[in-house]
Design a protein around this ligand. Structure first.
Ligand code: GDP
Length: 341
């Protein structure tokens, strides 16, 4: 086999008995973990049934990991940073780390933004790292159709740290924020706010900003950027959580500042745990996810509905030609759908 140790093995065809998935995941078997993820990513009705039972069975083994979301424009250094942080966790702290990504297809090319370039070169050689690139979206709707479930499986498999990476595009940041405890925005000095997508909405979601590439001649610029962002953050109202977002510098290449960022994440964790806010945050997130799954499920049912499928082309044509309003046509679609029930 030409796969490297950290890479997810290609799933084999066929489904295992439920018990095999449960035992395999619990014992940290990476091959079974990978296959379990493939199972929960499946859209086939019988797979969905088994996947639900698997997740139910593993529920007691989940929830203990530190869940860290990392966002930033392509080129900010997210994979290099994840590699460095993951190595710190494995080598210095003797822990395990799973790296997931939420990769929204590019709105322009339709292709993946995070891409297939060699990422996380050191981490993918580690037995204590599990790297799962984002799955192609297939039939599933939504931005991160099964990333949350993938995270739960990794937790059940003993990965005490989950790093979820995304690019700052569309809904992907909100999706990652809504499954992480700590949300880190990675910026590079001198790239301009607009380019880096530092819209107010994103700033309000973050727990920290890391100005990356603070090395060599970039160092003074990174420090200036840090001061600027720190004073800009002061203008925001103090968060009710009692955690004021921080701005730090780091270099993913030299490793400077990476350890400190992890200490900050641990400090945040302590603060949120001691105040009961972590449990609160997680239950809010779970509720939100349930609601999203209901919407996604409805969308899927709507798409599979025969009466709707038969009538839809005509209705769409009418709207396209201005013969019907979108409002009226949408009402007709919904009434056809309801009739089927
Ligand atoms: P991503 O698209 O955000 O995942 O960014 P990458 O991790 O792929 O990094 C983009 C480029 O920036 C690569 O050529 C990296 O080698 C480089 N890079 C990443 N981090 C640093 C850093 O801390 N310092 C310097 N000088 N270059 C970096």
């Amino acid at each position: 086999m030409d796969r490297r140790p950290g890479e997810t093995p290609a799933p084999r065809r066929g489904r295992l008995p439920l018990e095999r998935y449960i035992e395999g995941v619990r014992s940290g078997d990476r091959v079974i973990l990978a296959r379990a993820i493939t199972l929960i990513e499946s859209d086939r009705e019988d797979d969905v049934e088994v996947a639900a039972r698997l997740l139910d069975a593993l529920l007691p083994d989940t929830g203990k990991a530190r869940r860290v979301g990392i966002t930033g424009v392509p080129g900010a250094g997210k994979s290099t940073f994840t590699d460095a942080l993951g190595m710190h966790l494995i080598q210095d702290r003797g822990e395990k780390v799973a790296v997931l990504s939420v990769d929204p297809a590019s709105p322009v090319s339709g292709g993946s933004i995070l891409g297939d370039k060699t990422r996380m070169e050191r981490l993918c050689l580690e037995d204590n790292a599990f790297i799962r690139p984002s799955s192609s979206r297939g039939q599933l709707g939504g931005v991160a159709p099964r990333t949350r479930e993938t995270m739960l499986l990794c937790e059940a498999a003993g990965y005490s740290n989950i790093l979820i990476e995304t690019v700052g595009v569309g809904q992907s940041e909100t999706a990652v924020r809504s499954m992480s405890d700590f949300f880190l925005l990675m910026l590079i000095p001198g790239a301009g706010d607009e380019l880096q997508g530092t819209k107010r909405g994103i700033i309000e979601m973050v727990d920290a900003i890391a100005i990356n590439k603070a090395d060599g001649e970039n160092k003074p610029r990174a420090e200036r950027a840090r001061v600027e962002y720190a004073s800009a953050l002061h203008l925001f109202p103090a968060p009710a959580s009692g955690w004021a977002p921080r701005v730090v510098t780091c270099s993913a290449v030299t490793g400077e500042g990476v350890r400190e960022i992890w200490s900050m994440i641990l400090e945040h964790r302590e603060h949120f745990e001691a105040s009961g806010q972590l449990a609160e945050l997680r239950s809010r997130q779970a509720l939100r996810w349930m609601r999203e799954l209901v919407i996604l499920g409805l969308e899927g049912e709507l798409r599979r509905d025969r009466a709707v499928a038969l009538k839809l082309p005509e209705l769409e044509e009418n709207v396209r030609l201005g013969r019907a309003t979108p409002f009226a046509a949408s009402r007709e679609v919904l009434s056809l759908f309801r009739k089927e029930k």
